[in-house]
Design a protein around this ligand. Structure first.
Ligand code: FES
Length: 324
């Protein structure tokens, strides 16, 4: 891998089994005396596992003093290989490269009341948010849906947290009359109330629908998913891409990704997750009709039509001009 200012060398301080199939990893600066950049809650880092595997994980340690970062990783044996590689090859003492934190899921600390919802491993960014809101003395509720208590990351941290009495759990394996109801969890919207959620995309879609039915404006519904959406599920049209600075034009075939064409032609666009979930490839667009397929840009940003995630986004045919 080429040296890049983007990467920070860290040492793995600890690896702990925190739930069935979930490990937490604590990273400290490789060089003694160094500190890690501060981050705001909702941030994630890229973890460089190999040339072909770079993955994004939310920072989930409630303390943000720069001594260490903590992530939690659920092993997905049927996934793309990142979580399995981490589980099988990363142990205390190993050196890794990570990126500086980026935040695509920032918490607005000015609201009056918050609804926090986590599905499964989606607890990772939500845990930091809960600690932050508690610290600020804000009113909030935290609802967690998971397969079972054994499969919930940070179950003991949550149980002993100072906000334990504000948490409602829904476990699939428990026979109880009370079932998860998105409608009841989000409640009616009022001025000053905001919703933050993280979990599988289907889980979050049902919550968004319930929130809209309860008069929630989209601006106050914030989410982060860890599964990309729309990739390869829609009709792909061929199109042209023009680079504004050089005037060069390249063809993107229906079965090609825009990012592959840009890379092949050395256009120098940064790219990390290739799944539309990290935001590192967001590129300004001067003209053209964009087919957005990422999980990062907001509806307002999409409507503006002046930027796109080039790893998964396309043009709706014709020509798109990238302002690079
Ligand atoms: S590379 Fe992560 S969003 Fe495009």
């Amino acid at each position: 891998m080429a040296e890049n200012a983007h990467w920070i060398d860290v040492s793995v301080q600890s690896v702990i089994d925190i739930a069935q199939g979930i490990k937490s990893y604590e990273f400290v600066p490789l060089l003694e005396g160094n500190t890690l950049p501060p981050y705001s809650v909702g941030s994630h880092i890229d973890v460089y596992i190999s040339d072909k595997i770079i993955r994004q994980y939310s920072l989930c340690d409630p303390s943000t003093n720069g001594d260490s970062y903590r992530i939690a990783v659920k092993c997905d044996v049927n996934g793309r290989g990142g979580s399995l590689a981490l589980h099988e090859t990363v142990f205390p003492g190993k050196t890794l490269k990570i990126s500086k934190p980026r935040n695509n899921f920032p918490l607005n600390t000015e609201a009056q009341e918050y609804v926090l919802i986590a599905g499964g491993i989606g607890i990772t960014p939500i845990l930091s948010m809960a600690y932050k809101l508690h610290q600020l003395g804000k009113k909030f509720s935290l609802t967690i849906a998971a397969r079972s208590e054994k499969m919930l990351a940070f179950a003991s941290t949550l149980a002993s947290s100072p906000f334990a009495d504000r948490i409602t759990y829904f476990f699939d394996n428990e026979s109880t009359d009370e079932r998860f109801s998105a409608d009841a969890v989000v409640g009616k919207w009022f001025e000053g109330k905001e919703l933050y959620m993280c979990g599988p995309s289907g889980f979050m879609s049902s919550i968004v629908s319930a929130a809209r039915e309860n008069s929630w404006p989209d601006t106050f519904i914030h989410s982060e998913t860890f599964v990309s959406r729309n990739l390869g599920q829609l009709e792909n049209l061929p199109f042209e891409v023009k680079i504004a600075s050089s005037g060069k034009v390249f063809q993107v075939a229906a079965d090609e990704f825009l990012i592959d064409v840009l890379n092949r032609n050395h256009c120098g666009v940064p790219c990390s997750c290739t799944q539309g979930i990290c935001g590192s490839c967001i590129t300004p667009v001067a003209s053209g009709e964009i087919e957005h397929r990422d999980a990062i840009l907001t509806d307002t940003e999409r409507a503006a039509g002046d930027q796109m995630c080039v790893c998964v986004g396309r043009a709706k045919g014709g020509r798109i001009v990238l302002d690079i």
